[in-house]
Write a protein that binds this ligand. Structure first.
Ligand SMILES: [Mg+2]
Length: 401
């Protein structure tokens, strides 16, 4: 058994702290190389020009430890950094079972929120193994690698705390699946786009108030979605079909929508939309954004006029979950690898069926029931929940141009 595998073998932790400068890491290891030690673990973090470097190495040959300590301290003095050398045995303590990634999004991220979230993690019996900043723009996103508790219970511990603090917290299980190909399915109205499409139609039909009233009640979960859909579409009867083009061009994408989709596609994800709105709009979005899947209701048009009816398979609350399953099957992605994003009560079945359900600026009833919530108005922040960093997003953007 080599010294690096033997838990009882003496080891040295060499910690260097100070102003980052070129060649510091190389300098330390050139110094250590004179003592023929092996590297067991190595981590380095630089924050605003200050470096912390920790190297766990095997013990030098008998009698050489004192000399190694003196040489490293002397080297550190010449480089104006601090060195600490701690004797011990073996490698790091193995990480606990039950590993999760906890992503915290703040706008801003306050010390108070960070204190509360980390305190809850600690009280749950879990350990924070690593901390890493994913993004500073448009939100501050920090990821904690946590071990020692199961993902579901950590999620239920942190969700109410996050809601009370007004920060977004996502807890996902760690593991290889995070790097596997996935499928992201989004709602359209008030998720991918800022508008409710039926309200855009209603504006042309002069029945905005009536339609908005029914939409709000349906989204709060007070009305059966299919019933409310038929009631609202009926109000559009007789509208000229040319309105479809006007509505299509009036649709406004949510900030970050293009970045989210472009980045997901570059990562090899498949992306789809399911909408309780209309194919007359979602087909155009599919084309424009290069989506792999799109399904919605279809407004019936006869003799150049809307009839006030929809045709084909109705996309309602159950329909959205059904379509998520269908898209996953077609994409060859297990349901556990899917991510669903939505804001309304009719998205709830889909959000719960997905591996990760994200409530996006959602109504309270949806926010409380979903795995995680994003309450900042930028759709690309969903990328941080998947462990993608802002740097990677920007590199992908540069690549696309
Ligand atoms: Mg919606």
């Amino acid at each position: 058994m080599s010294a690096s595998q033997n838990p009882d073998a003496p080891t040295l932790l060499v910690k260097i702290f100070g102003k980052d400068q070129p060649g510091l890491t190389a300098g330390l290891f050139e110094t250590l190389a004179a003592y023929s030690v092996d590297v067991i673990d190595l981590e380095q973090v630089v924050t605003r020009g200050r470096m912390v470097l920790c190297a766990l190495v095997t013990q030098p040959p008998t009698g050489a430890e004192g000399d190694l300590r003196a040489t490293v301290h002397h080297w550190a003095e010449t480089r104006r950094v601090q060195a600490e050398i701690i004797s011990g045995t073996g490698d790091n303590r193995p990480r606990g079972l039950g590993r999760s990634h906890v992503t915290v999004l703040g706008h801003p991220l306050t010390a108070k929120s960070t204190a509360a979230i980390t305190a809850r993690i600690s009280e749950s019996g879990a350990n924070i193994d690593r901390i890493f900043r994913l993004a500073k723009y448009p939100v501050t996103a920090v990821e904690f690698a946590v071990s020692g508790t199961d993902t579901a219970s950590l999620r239920s511990t942190l969700a109410p705390e996050a809601a009370a603090l007004g920060v977004d917290v996502a807890v996902v299980s760690a593991g290889l699946h995070r790097r596997a190909q996935r499928l992201v399915v989004m709602d359209v109205d008030s998720t991918l786009i800022q508008d409710e499409v039926i309200e855009l139609f209603a504006a042309h039909a002069g029945c905005e108030d009536k339609v908005a009233e029914v939409t709000a009640a349906a989204m709060r979960g007070e009305l059966d979605f299919a019933e409310s859909l038929h009631a609202r579409v009926a109000l559009l009867a007789g509208l000229d079909a040319s309105v479809v083009d006007e509505v299509r061009s009036a649709v406004r994408l949510t900030p970050g929508a293009r970045t989210l989709i472009r980045t997901l596609k570059l990562l090899g994800y498949q992306v789809g939309v399911v909408s309780g709105g209309f194919t007359q709009v979602t087909d155009a979005l599919q084309e424009r954004l290069g989506l792999d899947f799109a399904q919605a209701n279809t407004l019936e048009i006869v003799d150049g006029k809307l009839t006030g009816r929809v045709t084909g398979e109705i996309v309602d609350r159950a329909g959205k979950a059904r379509l998520l399953r269908r898209f996953a099957e077609q994409a060859g992605v297990p349901l556990s690898q899917t991510v669903a994003i939505g804001d309304g009560a009719n998205d709830l079945d889909m959000l719960n069926a997905a591996g990760l359900g994200v409530a996006f600026n959602a109504k309270p009833v949806v926010r409380e029931a979903a795995h995680t919530a994003v309450n900042v108005p930028f759709l690309d922040t969903v990328l941080y929940l998947l462990g993608v960093t802002r740097e990677e997003v920007e590199a992908a953007d540069a690549h696309a141009d």
